[in-house]
Design a protein around this ligand. Structure first.
Ligand SMILES: O=C(O)C(=O)C[C@]1(C(=O)O)C=C[C@@H](O)C=C1
Length: 103
């Protein structure tokens, strides 16, 4: 028979992984909302010929994320996460532009 402590550890781990699954679903929902905003920005930039890449805006976002980091992740890791999100937004807009080049 297993030790009670070992059983607890297993069920705690299960519960925490379920909590993480629910949080990941929320993150995907938020990323969907963000990418919907980026799509609208792509539309505006495409029509006004404004440059897709905006280093000033990106630096502001990365600075805000690292200066105010309430998570237990290191700031450098938060910057990497948001840098990946920004690259995804840039790629999304490049794809949008290539698909609407003659509009
Ligand atoms: O804010 C913008 O101008 C955007 O194009 C959006 C966004 C972002 O994903 O936040 C994407 C690319 C730019 O380089 C800067 C920011």
């Amino acid at each position: 028979m297993k030790e009670p402590e070992a059983n607890n550890t297993h069920s705690d781990l299960d519960e925490l992984r379920k909590a993480i699954d629910r949080i990941d679903e929320k993150l995907i929902n938020l990323l969907t909302q963000r990418s919907n905003c980026v799509e609208k920005i792509a539309e505006i930039k495409c029509h006004s010929k404004v440059s897709i890449y905006d280093s000033e805006r990106e630096n502001k976002i990365l600075q805000a994320v690292t200066e105010n980091n309430p998570t237990k992740y290191q700031s450098v890791d938060m910057a990497n996460i948001f840098h990946a999100i920004l690259r995804a937004g840039l790629n999304q807009q490049l794809l949008y532009r290539s698909e609407h080049i003659d509009d």
